[in-house]
Design a protein around this ligand. Structure first.
Ligand code: PEP
Length: 253
């Protein structure tokens, strides 16, 4: 039995006042949710504030939106996985499509970041997914296999024993056009099968999140699929009621 996981990726949004009011709204409703693990990933400057406000409530934990491919040193502007862990992060989003497309992160760089996260005792959440053009060309599985293989190459066959994968079709991110539950399930099954080729046990335990225009209205059906273990949420994680609605949809029972 895999515990459902819902993660909110706030991206580069918010100010102190927004962080305060968003967390207040989330915390007001989250208490009665059963069995779902909830993570929020604020921008780095607000990690301390969020950690402070979460301190009394262990049901929500913090994640980093990214970490450096390097360990500590002369890398201006970078934040290491060790630093993120040191300030209390438990998870790190790795290889989000915005990092890959806007900041030129290659599969190899993403794999290094994944490895740094594991070494720092952060749980890496590897984002994989195809673009519209790749999907239209029937290359979805090929792209995802390439993205997963880069991580296996860097970290070995045990790479996903202590990790999470997020399937995020690029065409569904921020577009209001989510994958259908059946479409998503097919790809999630494929991801689990690829991991099972290296370790059946790790594949069975691996949580695979779906991300891309998840709303409270479509979450239950998506999360009801056999191989969908929760969601990585962008836009809807910025509104307390919407985010809690999605978390509620992931609840057991
Ligand atoms: C994302 O950017 O990871 C994401 C899933 O965004 P949205 O929920 O807004 O589609």
């Amino acid at each position: 039995m895999r515990q459902p996981l819902v993660m909110g990726n706030w991206k580069m949004n918010g100010r102190r006042s927004m962080v305060e009011s968003l967390l207040k709204a989330v915390m007001a409703d989250i208490g009665d949710l059963f069995g779902v693990e909830v993570v929020v990933c604020p921008p780095y400057p607000y990690l301390g504030l969020v950690m402070d406000r979460l301190a009394a409530n262990s049901t929500v934990v913090c994640g980093a939106q990214d970490v450096s491919a390097y360990t500590d040193g002369a890398y201006t502007g970078e934040v290491s996985a060790e630093m993120a862990r040191d300030v209390g992060c438990r998870f790190a989003i790795i290889g989000h499509s915005e990092r890959r497309t806007l900041f030129g992160e290659t599969d190899a760089v993403v794999a290094q970041k994944f490895a740094r996260s594991l070494a720092a005792d952060l749980t890496p959440v590897l984002c994989v997914g195809e673009t519209t053009a790749e999907r239209d060309a029937g290359r979805t599985q090929e792209v995802i296999l390439r993205q997963l293989s880069a991580v296996f190459k860097e970290c070995g066959s045990s790479a996903f024993e202590r990790a999470v994968v997020a399937y995020e079709p690029v065409w569904a991110i921020g577009t209001g056009r989510a994958a259908s539950p059946e479409e998503a399930q097919t790809v999630h099954r494929f991801i689990r099968d690829v991991v099972a080729r290296q370790s059946a046990e790790a594949a069975g335990r691996l949580r695979i999140l779906y991300g891309g225009s998840v709303k409270a209205q479509n979450a239950r059906e998506l999360f009801g699929q056999d191989d969908i273990d929760g969601g990585l949420i962008g836009g809807a994680s910025l509104a307390g009621a919407d985010f809690v609605g999605i978390c509620r949809a992931a609840c057991i029972g």
